[in-house]
Design a protein around this ligand. Structure first.
Ligand code: ADP
Length: 255
């Protein structure tokens, strides 16, 4: 449903490092509820783009909006996180020494309380709403039977799903996922694709990924895929369309 307008709107974004343009008039927008895959060769600027969205890197020129009215260029990194932008880096970061359910419990409090606050209040009795959210998230993640295990004992694929669940506990408007399938077995990759497909519609997502089978599982026949190269968008369309695009083929194979 595109009637809500874009959740993310980037226009003519330029970022230079010592004169080198990592992003060069990048324009890209993501509809509310969309799951957008972004592909592109190393050095295309994908990480820099996510750094701009999360406020880690400031843009030189251009605009960046979350929804209609949140001007990301005016906010600090923590303010952007509080506005509902969740980011998952490649490696899983969970609280290894805590049970799986407690990771979700902690995550629910993360943006709201200081670190001493959450640990101190952790074992305080959970309200019924919180408990229900944790249970439904465990089910969504297919981690119900792991609820009481320490997060450190999970497989790589389970940890990655748990971390996505932790981000979901913060009710994000936009999730940025950086190569979430890296290092996963084929089974784990397909389970992750299933999870992200289930989230489609309820949460807007940008997934940067190299694994083309995973991208195909997420994009299906109709999902939009963005191809980046040299700091801007080279092509955008269904996976089938962009794969047949000559400039895309050249940028992957070299000239
Ligand atoms: P991708 O994630 O698509 O591989 P990046 O955004 O990491 O691309 O990098 C784009 C380009 O910008 C690369 O050439 C990289 O070397 C350069 N770059 C990224 N971050 C910095 C930085 N902090 N300082 C200097 N150059 C950088």
């Amino acid at each position: 449903d595109t009637s809500h307008g874009p959740i993310l709107y980037l226009e003519d974004v330029t970022v230079s490092f010592d004169g080198f343009r990592a992003l060069n008039k990048l324009s890209l927008s993501i509809d509310t509820g969309e799951l957008r895959c972004v592909i592109g060769p190393n050095g295309a600027g994908k990480t820099t783009m996510m750094d701009v969205i999360t406020g880690k890197t400031k843009l030189d020129t251009g605009s960046a909006f979350l929804g209609q009215s949140t001007d990301l260029t005016r906010l600090s990194e923590p303010e952007i996180a509080m506005s509902g932008v969740g980011r998952k880096f490649q490696k899983p970061t969970v609280f290894e020494q805590h049970p799986v359910w407690e990771n979700l419990e902690l995550a629910m409090r993360l943006p709201h309380e200081d670190s001493r606050g959450w640990l101190a209040s952790l074992r305080a009795r959970l309200g019924r709403d919180a408990r229900e959210r944790i249970e439904s998230t465990l089910t969504l993640l297919h981690l119900e039977s792991e609820a009481y295990r320490l997060a450190g004992e999970l497989s790589h694929g389970q940890k990655q799903r748990l971390e996505i669940g932790m981000l979901l506990m913060q009710r994000p408007q936009l999730l940025l996922l950086d190569e979430p399938a890296a290092g996963m077995t084929d089974d784990e990759t397909m389970q992750l694709a299933e999870l992200l497909n289930r989230l489609r519609g309820s949460c807007s997502m940008m997934v940067v990924e190299h694994d083309m089978e995973f991208v195909a599982a997420l994009a299906g026949e109709t999902g939009r895929v963005t191809v980046m190269a040299e700091g801007s968008v080279l092509a955008e369309g269904t996976l089938d369309t962009v794969k047949r695009n000559e400039t895309v083929i050249e940028s992957y194979l070299g000239r």
